[in-house]
Design a protein around this ligand. Structure first.
Ligand code: G
Ligand code: G
Ligand code: MN
Ligand code: NA
Length: 254
């Protein structure tokens, strides 16, 4: 209850902000896009990650207004990139399942993009496997709307839920993100290496691109690159960065 009250205040007091983690293209070594990650500057406890409050934000429905704020802040960062005069990189935003249940979600997103004058292709929405599977029909309809608007869609945390690639082929998504739990043990686990390689091959057959999450070591990166994953994300390349630093990040040299 206390946390709920704090979250309500945090919305009014604008205590939420975004950090941006670069996602690297292996073919160019450059930033392909950024993932926007929510942070809360809690006045007494300092900077909080979603792990400490997202559960309550979802239970109370507060994630819905917070989530529109996140999309708006992502639009703001895209405008910041435009003003910096460099090639503008897309921004991926995480969604919670309560946001998908909002009847006018796609209209509201469309209105935000128009208000900020952002080409829809610069926004990507990340939906987890479990969100898709919770209500397949709803997810399918919504994804259809968002796709028609020109927004890109990705499946986050792939491999942690119970969907199969054969189910996923019915969803018109663009990108699949292999969960970092598979990347973590690549060096020690031959099974994980086979999994990641097989997922990548099948996802490519479906015509989608693949991101490997949570790359922390050079060895992990070399393996991921070797098997043909398109993009990588992880502390090896960069941590989630404040907007000014994200704008200055130029790619991975090693
Ligand atoms: O940034 P961090 O690793 O602490 O994120 C933890 C979790 O919070 C991740 O699963 C991430 O997807 C989720 N998350 C981060 N930002 C957002 C957001 O803006 N909205 C939602 N719904 N989840 C987010
Ligand atoms: O569930 P989702 O994939 O949206 O989670 C993103 C979260 O993963 C972010 O909170 C981010 O801080 C975290 N993250 C990103 N790269 C790495 C990494 O290399 N290692 C670890 N442990 N976490 C990472
Ligand atoms: Mn994500
Ligand atoms: Na993930």
């Amino acid at each position: 209850i206390r946390l709920e009250e704090e979250l309500r205040q945090a919305i009014c007091r604008r205590e939420f902000f975004l950090v941006f983690q670069p996602i690297i293209s292996f073919s160019s070594g450059q930033v392909e896009k950024f993932e926007a990650l929510l942070r809360w500057h809690q006045p007494e406890r300092g900077i909080q990650s979603p792990g400490s409050f997202i559960g309550v934000a979802e239970l109370t429905g507060l994630i819905v207004p917070i989530g529109y704020g996140v999309i708006e802040a992502a639009c703001h960062f895209i405008r910041q990139q435009m003003q910096a005069g460099k090639t503008v990189k897309p921004v991926a935003v995480n969604l919670s399942v309560c946001q998908l249940r909002e009847a006018d979600f796609s209209n509201r997103v469309e209105a935000l993009l128009m208000h900020w004058d952002i080409p829809p292709g610069l926004l990507e929405l990340e939906i987890t496997e479990s969100m898709l599977m919770e209500n397949v029909d709803l997810a399918m309809t919504l994804i259809g709307h968002l796709k028609r608007l020109g927004i890109r869609l990705s499946i986050d945390d792939f491999g942690t839920g119970y969907s199969s690639l054969s189910q996923l082929r019915h969803f018109p998504v663009d990108i699949l993100k292999i969960d970092r739990s598979f990347v973590m043990d690549l060096e020690a686990s031959p099974v994980d290496r086979q999994m990641v390689e097989a997922i990548t091959a099948m996802v490519h057959k479906l015509g989608l691109k693949v991101v490997a999450e949570g790359i922390e070591t050079d060895a992990q990166m070399r393996f991921i690159k070797k098997i043909g994953c398109d993009y990588g994300q992880g502390f090896l390349f960069a941590r989630p960065l404040p907007p000014e630093q994200a704008l200055q990040y130029t790619g991975y040299a090693g």
